[in-house]
Ligand binder design. Structure first.
Ligand code: NAD
Length: 335
């Protein structure tokens, strides 16, 4: 029996989290879900964005599946997501971007994984208003965090027999901050002589990705570039509804989709549940339940390639619930 924290979140969060929960249960995994919530809805009811029991649950279980949380733009509270990643030193943000056959996209062979530094960079939240006409943000890059994300990416490459890693930076302009990040990645790369390190400046990387994404397999980068590049990459494989992610530290992990709370489609039962379902599959892999994780991947692939029960972002007309049920049906036949 696994104890897992489940955070529904805001917007489409509760709808897609409910799908992921059903799918994980359909694998036969025995889970004691500790359902706690955070975000704007909680704030409206209780006057607090993250109740203490959310922290307590994550600290006790060390593993969570989380829906997206709305963050106000321009003013208001700071991102809860950024806060959780920092508080628990979940230093690697891992996002898997893979073509799923049947999805209408100009690219057919995308298979890449992004390792984004998750605790610092321009997301450190240190901003200051200088005057009515100017403001500044401080970008923090440390050797410690840069070495850790580099090591994670290289370890992954070695374990999975990959022979190339691409580091994305802007060290030509940000010589001290991105320069330090790049130096750290170069330093770690020396410990892995069989893995080639390719260095690309972030603007060129955007162009390369939309011209020929299959040339890349593993990307390691800083916080902001990683955030932007992963949405870009989601677009290459059919959209945000398909890309899963994980925030991983030394002994704790929070799994969540790359997408946000999608207020434009919330409450309509039309969100694509795939991204959070695949985040659940990543979570099962993380706890060593590889077979059950693969069962989810197969169920999702089969459902999407059949194209009968898919949500409208994929060109179908099924609801979130119908797509979820179809995935479960397919999992049961594969099983
Ligand atoms: P978003 O990812 O919520 O939505 C962008 C577009 O993609 C929208 O058109 C939306 O309808 C579509 N989309 C997203 N997920 C989808 C899905 N599963 N199925 C179908 N379509 C989907 O990004 P946004 O609109 O920039 O952000 C909305 C809110 O979410 C903001 O408050 C933002 O701060 C927050 N956010 C949270 C997280 C997180 O909790 N990890 C991540 C990103 C954004």
């Amino acid at each position: 029996m696994y104890n897992i924290t489940l955070i529904p979140g805001d917007g489409i969060g509760p709808e897609v989290i409910s799908s992921a929960k059903k799918i994980i249960e359909a694998t036969g995994l025995k889970v004691n879900w500790d359902i706690v919530n955070a975000g704007i809805n909680v704030y409206k009811k209780k006057g607090v964005l993250i109740p203490n029991k959310v922290f307590e649950s994550i600290e006790k279980n060390k593993i969570a599946l989380k829906g997206p949380i709305t963050t106000p733009i321009g003013s208001g509270f700071r991102s809860i997501n950024v806060m959780l990643r920092k508080k628990y030193d979940l230093f690697s943000n891992v996002r898997i971007v893979k073509t799923i056959p049947g999805v209408n996209s100009p690219f057919k062979n995308v298979n890449l994984i992004i390792f984004r530094e998750n605790t610092e960079g321009l997301y450190s939240g240190i901003e200051k208003k200088i005057s009515d006409n100017s403001a500044e943000a401080i970008k923090i890059i440390t050797k410690n965090a840069s070495l850790k994300i580099a090591k994670t990416a290289f370890n992954y490459a070695k374990k999975n027999n990959k022979n190339k890693i691409t580091v994305v930076h802007k060290a030509n302009i940000m010589k001290l901050t991105d320069g330090l990040f790049l130096d750290c990645v170069r330093k770690i790369s020396k410990e892995y002589p069989d893995i080639k390190l390719q260095e690309i400046i972030v603007d060129n990387m955007c162009m390369q990705l939309v011209m020929n994404p299959s040339q890349f397999e593993i990307i390691v980068t800083t916080n902001l570039y990683g955030d932007i590049l992963s949405d870009l990459c989601a677009g290459l494989v059919g959209g945000l509804g398909l890309v899963p992610g994980a925030n991983i530290g030394n002994n704790m992990a929070i799994f969540e989709a790359v997408h946000g709370s999608a207020p434009d489609i919330a409450g309509k039962n039309i969100a694509n549940p795939t991204a959070i379902i695949l985040s659940g599959a990543m979570m099962l892999n993380y706890i060593g339940e590889t077979k059950k994780s693969n069962l989810i991947l197969d169920g999702v692939s089969k459902t999407i390639s059949e194209g009968k029960y898919i949500t409208r972002d994929l060109g179908g007309s099924s609801s979130t619930t119908e797509m979820t049920e179809a995935i479960i049906e397919n999992m049961l036949t594969i099983k």
